[in-house]
Design a protein around this ligand. Structure first.
Ligand SMILES: [Zn+2]
Length: 409
């Protein structure tokens, strides 16, 4: 049984790598496909060549990055790293919460260190070469430490909470831990703009003027109460543009990247906003909270079944089960379920995106959304011919082709 479990973990890690590689290879295959007629104005021939070489560089990069992270995971698991970190944690403290923090802290530190060179290469070599990068070295270093600190606090709190509940009442662990995790993530979502974003970006209210008037007029015409419109200084990191809603209830706000305002016309921005309001009107925010809560319930229920299994611990070379060690092995074994859940959530997300586009179209914004999407794709050198299998597995949004076609038909 122990032997079988050991090989199962290895097989799962290799299978995940094989899936990612297959997706990349399929996209390489599809890269020479002809661009659909309705997208022929997105790039001129010189820009299209740039797009092709940008996509190719990103693909090579992600292949190398995923090869390295797969090899590191396999090496740590196969050569007894899990058991070693477990014994370091046990020797350092007799307290289960501290043990869990030390054990996961080691993993976090390793993945942080392994990722830094890739982050540097991606930001300062690839993004730089294609003119997207605006991150200074100072911002980059500050970001690394800020996100390290933030993750230590957020993930550390969650982990401590879960171990504490488990120690307190093992029988009710999964349901209580679920309640705690759900409450915690609702809290974070509610205060996201106030707690998380200010660590990295400045948000300022959109000044009075033509754009603000146009946005407010549209919101009013669809009976949508919108007071808080903010602009975020995302141009300090890159030229990629976006807009999003955050928070809910009284904390609901719309955030526009300053790069979006630079790149799009007023009409196009109103179109993007109409799409976002469509998400609200169709209750997609509530829906995604519910699916998130359901997924974590399923995961905790399954984890609960193996939480004290010595066999699981033995597969990693350790003598005795413990919360932190079993959680680590469980999260590896859980990968196929996770991939399946991701695919399902992408199917749902694409259907939500279609609904939001449709909402915008029904309110006279179809053409503006389409031209905004084309412009944003062009500016960020997006791939116009993704392989359908990749779209099915990985895309949270329908392809540009599908969206433009539906919006302008
Ligand atoms: Zn959307």
């Amino acid at each position: 049984m122990v032997e079988t479990l050991f090989w199962l973990v290895i097989a799962v890690v290799v299978a995940e790598f094989a899936l990612n590689t297959t997706m990349t290879v399929l996209n390489i295959k599809a890269s020479g496909w002809p661009v659909p007629e309705i997208l022929s104005d997105v790039y001129d021939s010189r820009q299209y060549e740039r797009q092709q070489s940008y996509s190719m560089e990103r693909r090579k990069f992600s292949l190398i990055a995923s090869t390295v992270s797969t090899l590191v995971t396999l090496a740590i698991f196969a050569f007894g790293g899990f058991a070693l970190f477990d014994s370091i944690a046990r020797e350092a403290s007799g307290n289960a919460i501290l043990q869990a923090l030390i054990f996961w802290g080691i993993f976090y530190l390793i993945s942080w260190i392994v990722n830094i060179p890739f982050d540097i290469y991606s930001t300062f070599v690839i993004e730089e070469k294609f003119g997207f990068n605006r991150t200074t070295r100072k911002t980059f270093i500050a970001d690394q430490f800020k996100s390290l600190g933030m993750n230590i606090i957020l993930l550390g709190t969650l982990l401590s909470l879960c171990v504490w509940i488990y120690e307190l009442t093992p029988d009710c662990f999964w349901i209580l831990a679920w309640a705690a995790i759900t409450a915690f993530s609702l809290f974070i979502q509610y205060f996201y703009s106030q707690l998380i974003v200010p660590l990295f970006n400045k948000q300022t209210p959109l000044p009075e003027g033509e754009l603000r008037i146009a946005i407010e007029q549209f919101a009013e015409s669809v009976d949508f109460k919108l007071k808080d419109i903010y602009v975020m200084d995302s141009s300090k990191r890159s030229t990629h543009a976006n807009a999003y809603f955050t928070g809910f209830g009284a904390r609901k706000r719309i955030v526009l990247y300053d790069t979006l305002i630079e790149q799009l016309t007023t009409e196009e921005i109103v179109g993007v906003l109409a799409h976002e309001i469509g998400h609200y009107k169709h209750h997609h925010i509530v829906q995604s909270m519910l699916t998130g809560a359901t997924t974590s319930l399923l995961m905790l229920y399954l984890f609960n079944m193996v939480i004290s299994s010595d066999v699981l611990a033995a597969a990693a070379g350790a003598e005795k089960a413990s919360f932190h060690l079993n959680l680590a092995i469980f999260s590896l074994i859980f990968t196929p379920v996770n991939i399946l859940l991701d695919i399902l959530s992408n199917i749902l997300s694409r259907s939500n995106e279609r609904q939001a586009d449709n909402f915008a179209k029904e309110h006279g914004q179809g053409k503006h959304v389409a031209s905004a999407l084309k412009k944003m794709s062009s500016k960020s050198l997006s791939n116009l011919t993704p392989h359908p299998v990749v779209v099915f597995v990985e895309y949270s949004h329908p392809t540009l082709y599908e969206r433009v076609k539906a919006l302008t038909e």
